[in-house]
Design a protein around this ligand. Structure first.
Ligand code: BYC
Ligand code: FE
Ligand code: FE
Length: 480
């Protein structure tokens, strides 16, 4: 399973033995590079970035660190090792051998899943393309670029599946991946959250905590797929995804740390005074949590979904850690509790489990998000401050599903539309919040130095010191 780096497209799928596929991917490659040039991190073509590159897909020792110019990053095709005798773990085909080709009857369903997954990857790169100009430190700048090149590679992962298994349709879909753009009026990205802006680093850290975490759960479900090449490509993507969530969790945690330090130094919880000291007050952080969490909850689809039921019964997309669940893996008789708004209150009812697959995955996601939030609150507690952050109710600010017509407060009360509007500015980031956060976004490019609003990380990257020059360019200040 060694990765062949002598090829134009590094890979561990013996690409050289399939000349047609190799030529097709090699003709997509320049289009990808043009897209990276025009839609990827702005003005960074000549930057030397201390990046991690995959050198093997083994769980140990797959990383190599060195300075790379991002356009020279070796984007390629890496699948996790095949599992011998792997069998289908759920749905109508339970127990049968997994598929190495796409069954004809599931072609369009599967293509749709792969396209939706693939579309999010370049979307996030587009959303983050201006952030480099306002980095809070070289450490953070490098992590941003690491995530960007890996999201680019995730696009390669899905484009490989499209080219290798979906013929002409797949090649057309691969082209379309570079033609839709985040926030584009005519050709937007497919899912809502990927057309929102990531205007500054607070949004970016929230995005990598909440929205990349949807990526983790969706990829984990696709990693259970009966279509083995998709399962294997998603398994390897998940190893990269862990770093994205680390960046989000520690990024927000460092902001909180700094805020608490300022609160204690000034002995105040007055947002104005905290802001005047160059930190971000906790109520503002809560509003950003409310926004990014609710937008990310929408990414799981409707609570009751026949699409999701079809993906499951056909064996295309499983549940989170399907093989560790002890039930019949067919779900013909089981139910799952699902909340919905009804006559002024929120009720919980048992829904056929098959229809509630999306909601179950959302439940897994909520529990995982809560664990991260608890770790943030520990930081606040350790500083002796008593105003914990929280996850708003799942019905708050939803655009998709049963709550999209309701007006739920973050605490989960149903209120009138007028009341909701009246409270909106205390629940979601306001223009003023954005303007304030944007005013903090002054680039810090001296090695080892951090912006006023964020504490330093606990350690550097790959055992390098914090003042290591993680990114260098022609006129960048260098460390002593
Ligand atoms: N926005 O039956 P339903 C990542 C549509 S993130 C707009 O519930 P389904 C990453 C839906 O298409 C992970 N439309 O839908 C993170 C359907 O349309 P039709 C991305 C939406 O199919 C950070 C209709 O509403 N991967 O990797 O069960 C950085 C009915 O809904 C939305 C995946 O998403 C929405 N939010 O659920 C980089 C995995 N939600 O049929 C990367 C693949 C629903 O009426 N995708 N609709 O035309 C899927 O599994 C499913 O498509 C979804 C939607 C779970 C997203
Ligand atoms: Fe990704
Ligand atoms: Fe990611």
């Amino acid at each position: 399973m060694a990765i062949d780096y002598t090829e134009r497209i590094p890979n561990n799928v013996a690409l050289a033995e399939n000349r047609r596929l190799q030529r097709a991917l090699e003709s997509w490659q320049p289009n990808y590079l043009r897209w990276w040039d025009s839609c990827g991190p702005e003005g960074t073509q000549a930057y030397d970035v201390y990046l991690r590159t995959a050198i093997s897909v083994e769980s140990d020792g797959w990383a190599h660190f060195d300075y790379v110019k991002m356009p020279d990053y070796r984007w390629g095709i890496f699948l996790a090792k095949p599992q011998e005798e792997r069998r289908i773990a759920f749905g109508d085909h339970l127990g049968e051998p997994v598929w190495q080709e796409v069954p004809g009857e599931y072609r369009s369903l599967l293509r749709r899943l792969v396209v939706t997954q693939g579309d999010t990857e370049p979307a996030s790169v587009e959303q983050q393309r201006h952030l480099g100009h306002t980095c809070p430190s070289l450490y953070d700048l490098r992590n941003l670029f690491q995530i960007n090149v890996e999201e680019g590679r995730h696009l390669w992962a899905m484009v490989y599946i499209l080219h290798a298994y979906f013929g002409r349709d797949g090649r057309e879909e691969a082209e379309m991946m570079l033609e839709r753009h985040s926030g584009d009026a005519d050709k937007p990205r497919i899912l809502g959250a990927f057309n929102e802006q990531t205007p500054h680093w607070l949004s970016y850290f929230m995005f990598t905590f909440f929205t990349d975490r949807d990526g983790k759960y969706q990829l984990a479900s696709l990693a259970e797929s009966s279509f083995d090449p998709l399962a294997r490509t998603c398994q390897f993507m998940l190893t990269e995804e862990a770093h994205h969530m680390f960046v989000g969790e520690t990024g927000v945690m460092r902001i909180i740390q700094r805020t608490c330090e300022v609160m204690n130094a000034l002995k105040t919880d007055d947002p104005e005074r905290i802001r005047a000291a160059g930190a971000i007050d906790l109520p503002t952080l809560q509003r950003f949590i409310n926004f990014h969490y609710s937008v990310s909850l929408d990414l799981f689809g409707q609570e009751r979904s026949t699409n999701a039921a079809d993906y499951f019964t056909t064996g295309l997309k499983g549940r989170y850690r399907e093989t560790r669940i002890s039930d019949d893996h067919r779900l013909s008789e089981l139910t799952w509790p699902v909340q919905r708004p009804a006559d002024g209150s929120i009720v919980c009812e048992d829904v056929p489990a098959l229809l509630a697959i999306n909601e179950r995955l959302r439940d897994d996601y909520i529990a995982d998000s809560q664990r991260g939030l608890d770790r943030w609150n520990k930081v606040i507690e350790r500083q002796g401050i008593e105003s914990p952050l929280y996850l708003p109710h799942r019905g708050f600010h939803r655009q998709i599903g049963a709550f999209s017509d309701a007006h739920a407060s973050p605490r989960g009360e149903l209120v009138t539309a007028e009341e909701w509007q009246r409270q909106r500015d205390s629940w979601l980031p306001t223009e003023d919040d954005h303007a304030f956060v944007a005013s903090l976004m002054q680039p810090v490019t001296e090695p080892g130095v951090m912006a006023s609003w964020i504490a330093p990380p606990a350690r550097g990257i790959n055992n390098r010191p914090l003042d290591f020059p993680y990114v260098e360019w022609a006129d960048s200040p260098r460390g002593e």
